[in-house]
Design a protein around this ligand. Structure first.
Ligand SMILES: [Zn+2]
Length: 282
């Protein structure tokens, strides 16, 4: 049935009991499609029915699973040792999809993490302090691939940057890589030869313009960032525009990030002042 629907393979995941995973595998096998079956390992380093992850995966492979492994519950650090044991125990593909949290030996699952600055249980809505960085996930990807684990993902809690970082860590360049941070362009930390070091000055200038009412104010020496001011919801505020914006000055009026009726009162772009007062704020 699945094959007629264009399904390539079927995934059964987050099983705490090996016996349940075997039942799921049996059902998948009836479709004739490849089966991916991954177990969830809780605080105890065995399944709920007492098998080590390696034993459980060995049984699943023997019963016909094409991919076996672990997903959810544990973060990279406390999942990796078990993945290594699974990899040594089976010859089929191995899957690894940890949660993106910094679990550790004392608190090996994301449900068991405790926050010293919070009396309640962090799981599931207070896990922010334990979140893996994109670099943690990249490190996990490199290590897992080095172990011969080639079905990789990130489970509950993953953000787009985690998935992107994981893909890049194993040599892929997904479409989302166009959003990967290029720190060479950072205003203060970057190495770009055309710095925007005047940005704080631009903000001050924009605010000064507002304090001066409608009097046109030229931005100070600012490199290539532009300043404006805006009346949004009756409250005046200054804003700066991204440098190197290709839009002509007139088209850039109204670019206020607060979505208000932006009025560019002054701009100093690369190469000098290229515009003056466009109009008074309403
Ligand atoms: Zn999950």
């Amino acid at each position: 049935m699945g094959a007629e629907a264009g399904v390539d393979f079927v995934i059964a995941e987050t099983f705490s009991h090996a016996e349940e995973a075997l039942i799921a595998l049996d059902v998948i096998k009836q479709t004739g499609l490849p089966a991916v079956v991954t177990m969830a390992l809780h605080r105890e380093p065995v399944t709920r029915d007492g098998f080590t992850p390696a034993e459980a995966c060995k049984r699943l492979e023997a019963a016909g699973a094409d991919v076996v492994g672990l997903n959810c519950i544990r973060g990279p650090r406390t999942m990796l040792p078990h993945l290594e044991a699974i990899r040594a125990a089976v010859s089929c593909h191995v899957a690894a999809l940890p949660v993106p949290y910094r679990t550790h030996d004392d608190e090996p699952t994301f449900q068991s993490l405790h926050d010293p600055e919070f009396d309640g249980l962090p799981f599931p809505t207070g896990l922010d302090p334990f979140m893996c960085t994109r670099y943690d996930i990249a490190s996990f990807g490199e290590t897992a691939l080095g172990l011969g684990i080639r079905y990789l993902g990130v489970c509950c809690g993953a953000g787009p940057h985690h998935i992107r970082s994981l893909a890049e860590s194993v040599g892929r360049t997904p479409p989302a890589s166009r959003y990967t941070a290029d720190m060479s362009k950072h205003a203060y930390l970057g190495t770009d030869a055309r710095p925007a070091q005047g940005e704080p000055g631009v903000r001050r200038a924009a605010l000064a313009a507002l304090r001066l009412g409608e009097r046109p104010v030229m931005a100070p020496r600012v490199g290539s960032t532009s300043a404006g001011s805006c009346i949004a919801g009756g409250a005046a505020h200054g804003f700066s525009l991204p440098h190197r914006s290709p839009a002509p000055l007139a088209a850039r009026a109204g670019l206020c990030p607060a979505g208000g009726q932006g009025r560019l009162v002054s701009e100093r772009a690369e190469g000098g002042v290229r515009g003056g007062t466009l109009g008074s704020p309403r």
